[in-house]
Write a new protein. Structure first.
Length: 428
């Protein structure tokens, strides 16, 4: 089995069943990094159970050689992990295990959300059946179905799997293909729905402040077009007092349709969502995703948490962001290198400790041809540990980058100390 950064284990059913459960558990433990004793105990209980079920599934079936599984699959750009994904006959089975005899509504919602996100964000799951299964490990009796979720006892998984999979006729889907990072991005229909919802301006604060943000939006859209036409990289620092509309500017930019024509074709096709809005303010992310949920996919098409984004792209230098435009809300609160090291601990990548601004500049340099990193900065709001350096971190980040001369910085005249540096800059 090859080591894979997005999961703890992947293999065929046959290979998985041959492995010592302790060896599998140690792979999962290495991947998770900070597994608790209760998590390790859960693996020790569930791995033999899964092996027994998979052995029963493949017994006497010639086509079962194509069946495979993925354990502890980490959803891209998120901290959530799916316990088990089973792949067979081109179908996708999402499994969540709980050490109890009856599931709670929260348990049902959890596995349902996993299945929903795969249908909405994984292109190989969009046209295939995705079955959510919940296994309370102390549950007994025949399986039950609640909405689209199957609740099954541990010793009956193989029966349910066979019932769901045997009649399926879909193109094969291997674990390697499932784990391909190019497969995970918002589906075009989801992007369209999210934009339509946002453009209706039905959100009260959006409708009220729309006109006031027009000048900033138009100026920055011009920078996008300039970057695409000249194949250059730009850092935009937009400042303002709390309540001045910075967040709305960011949301308008990431939903803007003109970005589609500017996006560059790459492996996996042209990006469906060429921009992303990131924030380290957890409650704000939850609120924005909640009010935008009507567009589908849990409202996460364009809005994500900054920590999970940094974690995903900093584990190695290989993943290339799908987005040409990366917007960081409340950028004055960007963590310095010491705080990143403390909060991300074992999640740090091979390039060592960097501040969040350094990470974002480096991510921007991975994007083919052009990129724009935008920091939305609230004046005088650096209040937490690791944030004291404030705006100057963004200047340092460009100076430390691989190509400092390739960046043009756009900042207000009040931030002239940021742009007094060798790289090109504009003020205004």
């Amino acid at each position: 089995m090859l080591k894979q950064k997005t999961c703890g284990w992947y293999s065929s059913f046959e290979e998985f069943c041959k492995q010592n459960p302790i060896f599998v558990r140690e792979n999962l433990k290495d991947f998770v990094g900070d597994a608790s004793s209760s998590q390790i105990s859960a693996w020790d209980e569930s791995i033999p159970m899964l092996q027994q079920n998979e052995q029963g599934i493949i017994a006497g079936k010639q086509e079962a050689s194509q069946y495979s599984n993925v354990l502890e699959y980490q959803l891209p750009l998120e901290s959530r992990r799916i316990d088990v994904v089973m792949l067979g006959n081109g179908a996708v089975v999402v499994i969540e295990l709980k050490g109890k005899d009856r599931p709670t509504q929260a348990d049902l919602d959890q596995v349902s959300a996993y299945a929903r996100d795969l249908r909405c964000y994984h292109k190989d799951c969009a046209t295939r059946p995705v079955y959510p299964i919940l296994i309370p490990t102390r549950f007994h009796g025949p399986y039950e179905k609640k909405d689209d979720i199957y609740i099954v006892a541990p010793n009956r998984l193989k029966e349910l799997f066979a019932e769901l999979i045997d009649k399926q006729v879909n193109p094969p889907l291997s674990s390697e293909s499932f784990l391909d990072s190019n497969s995970y991005s918002p589906l075009p229909t989801l992007v369209q729905a999210a934009r339509e919802l946002f453009e209706k301006k039905e959100l009260r604060t959006i409708r009220r402040a729309w006109a006031a943000t027009n000048p900033a939006v138009e100026r920055i859209l011009n920078i996008f077009h300039e970057a695409a036409e000249t194949k250059t990289r730009h850092l935009v620092l937009l400042t303002g007092v709390p309540g001045s509309g910075k967040t709305l500017v960011g949301l308008r930019l990431v939903h803007d349709r003109s970005l589609d024509k500017l996006a560059v074709e790459r492996a996996g096709g042209r990006p469906t969502a060429p921009a992303v809005f990131l924030s380290g303010n957890g409650p704000l992310v939850e609120v924005l995703q909640y009010v935008l949920r009507g567009g589908g996919g849990g409202g996460k098409t364009f809005v994500r948490g900054v920590k999970d984004y940094v974690k995903y792209y900093s584990k190695s230098a290989k993943p290339v962001p799908k987005e040409h435009v990366i917007i960081f809300d409340e950028a004055q609160r960007a963590w310095d290198a010491d705080q990143v090291a403390e909060k991300h601990s074992t999640e740090l990548g091979p390039e060592g400790i960097k501040s969040e601004p350094e990470h974002f500049i480096e991510f921007g340099e991975r994007v083919p041809e052009w990129s724009v990193v935008i920091g939305l900065i609230g004046s005088g709001q650096e209040i937490h540990i690791g944030e004291e350096a404030g705006l100057i971190q963004w200047r340092w980040a460009v100076e430390k980058s691989k190509e400092p001369g390739a960046w043009t910085i756009h900042a207000p005249r009040s931030a002239t100390d940021i742009v007094k540096r060798p790289a090109r800059s504009t003020t205004g």
